[in-house]
Design a protein around this ligand. Structure first.
Ligand code: HEC
Length: 505
């Protein structure tokens, strides 16, 4: 009898140890990040994903729930690193920037948990943005979908993110659906922050009676988060200039499309004088293409406590935007991972102080050198005792004030679409290499840069999106860029000078 017990125990030992290595699987750090005092380690938690768009924390299952733009919802177990499929939505319309986008997991102590989903759908030729609510079971299964709102969509500018804030209300950041009028029309639900009860009804204390509209005047918001007091922040794509971070207040008008970024031109000042417009708390020109954003409120990483963590697509970085004590201003900006991991889409903070974020290198607009075989990736940043991998440090954000070289200007303003090598993106952005317009009459080229271009057939291709106007650039900058594109990518043409430009302004 005694012997039998002994054998039983021995045979159990390998089982137990393999079990514990299953539950506590640790990935090898790629980098150590040296902050002022703290050290963080960066690890890959999940790889080979397809454009993860939003990350949420399921505290009951200690797992990261993530959406992928094509319509699947999957779960990453933070301990075993196993990724499992939760559900595949069949009515998602995925095209370029359209598809399954933002999510919010609402998991209260006692009541029913819900998963809110924002995604694009298409019926006949019409595109819609939808806000759905699913019941989320303790085991993490989805059931009983309920369509809370359906609003017009378009081939671009569909936003969107969704959160449940500290007041137990749902906030949905909607895109302007590329309309010139929706954002300023308070009866349209596009280009707005909408506020809903958990069941989708209109809250009695909304600022406009019987309306979902909470704040308006937005273009295409890509990030939405709140701090522990319920202050709400958004990140938003500007057109060619003025990407923004906004602090959302009820009934305020954030100005789009009449006002871009700060109220700083004569025209914008005149509009704001007639009726008040709210300025962003931060704007970027050149643009960084801000995306998902998460509030970091923990003392675990003291240097980052009370900051907004922002993922960016174009600048391919994670930005740490330090907030003032009252949360009304951004007082410092640091940049991590610039161009190292590719496009970054979404970021999430966990109650234990861990940070998860994901790349977006398999989306419609990959940058040079990406995607890598492991893309897309969910990464984790965690406090560490010591550096165990190559050390990197956050950089101060570069000031954009001084006039730069043609190449630097091209990288800052043009390369996100026409690419560093000038080859563009097939059927989406035309090549500047070998372009007869680029190498032709200086005035024709300068006109395109000053005024932008829309609905023009180049060769045999009609491009769906438009080229924005760059008239905000200084004369010297436009001349620098023009001469750069006329003498690179295999192009060769005469130099453009101030005289060519003067008559066009
Ligand atoms: C947001 C994306 C985007 C950015 C940024 C952008 N462009 Fe374009 N560009 C386009 C698109 C789209 C077209 C084609 C528009 C059409 O056909 O109607 C275009 C067309 C052009 C053309 C015409 C090409 C031809 O062969 O006829 C030139 C020249 C050009 N862009 C130069 C620039 C320069 C210089 C910059 C930077 C200052 C720039 N673009 C920034 C999207 C962009």
């Amino acid at each position: 009898m005694k012997k039998q017990t002994y054998i039983w125990l021995v045979s159990l030992i390998p089982l137990l140890s393999s079990c514990s290595s299953e539950t506590e699987k640790e990935s090898k750090p790629i980098n150590s990040i040296q902050l002022e005092h703290s050290i963080l380690s960066l690890t890959k938690e999940a790889t080979k994903l397809h454009v993860p768009w939003d990350l949420q924390y399921d505290r009951i299952n200690d797992a990261i729930l993530f959406s992928e733009i094509g319509g699947s919802i999957r779960r990453l177990d933070t301990k075993t690193k196993k990724v499992t499929l939760v559900d595949s939505l069949t009515d998602v319309y995925h095209q370029r920037t359209l598809g399954l986008l933002g999510m919010a997991l609402y998991q209260p102590e006692k009541q029913q948990a819900y998963l809110y989903l924002s995604y694009t759908s298409k019926k006949d030729s019409l595109i819609f943005s939808n806000l759905y609510r699913y019941e989320y079971s303790p085991e993490g299964k989805l059931a009983h979908p309920k369509l809370l709102l359906q609003i017009p969509g378009n081939t671009g500018h569909n936003g969107s993110r969704v959160i449940v804030s500290t007041d137990q209300k749902v906030y949905w950041a909607t895109g302007d659906a590329a309309s010139d009028t929706f954002a300023q029309d308070s009866t349209s639900l596009n280009g707005k922050i909408l506020r809903l009860n958990l069941d989708g009804s209109i809250p009695k204390d909304n600022p406009i009676a019987n309306s979902y509209v909470y704040a308006w005047g937005f273009r295409n918001m890509q990030g939405l988060t709140h701090d522990e007091k319920g202050l709400i922040y958004t990140s938003e794509h500007g057109d060619a200039i003025e990407d923004e971070i906004n602090l959302i207040q009820p009934l305020k008008n954030y100005g789009w499309p009449q006002i871009e970024g700060m109220i700083d031109t004569e025209k914008e000042k005149a509009i704001a004088k007639k009726s008040p417009r709210q300025e962003p708390i931060k704007s970027w020109t050149p643009v960084v293409a801000p995306s998902g954003m998460a509030y970091y409120g923990f003392g675990v990483i003291p240097e980052w406590q009370h900051s907004l963590l922002l993922a960016t697509l174009k600048n391919q970085s994670l930005r740490i935007l330090k907030l003032s004590a009252d949360g009304q201003q951004i007082v410092d900006e640091k940049v991590l991972f610039k161009d190292q991991l590719g496009r970054l889409r979404s970021v999430l903070t966990l109650p234990n102080g861990d940070i998860y974020f994901c790349s977006s290198n398999r989306d419609w607009n990959p940058q040079k050198g990406f995607p890598k075989p492991d893309d897309d990736v969910i990464y984790r940043l965690r406090i560490a005792d010591k550096a165990t991998a190559p050390i990197i440090r956050p950089l101060a954000a570069a000031s954009a004030k001084q006039v730069k070289s043609g190449q630097a200007l091209y990288e800052a303003y043009c390369a996100s679409c026409h690419k560093t090598d000038g080859k563009g993106l097939t059927n989406t952005f035309p090549p500047l290499a070998n372009s007869s317009l680029v190498q032709g009459n200086p005035k024709d080229l300068l006109k395109v840069i000053l005024q932008g271009l829309k609905d023009k057939k180049i060769g045999t291709i009609k491009y769906e999106s438009a080229m924005p106007s760059f008239s905000f650039l200084k004369d010297e900058e436009i001349i620098e860029i023009s001469n750069y594109i006329r003498s690179h990518f295999g192009n060769s043409a005469s130099k453009i000078n101030q005289q060519h430009l003067t008559s066009l302004r």
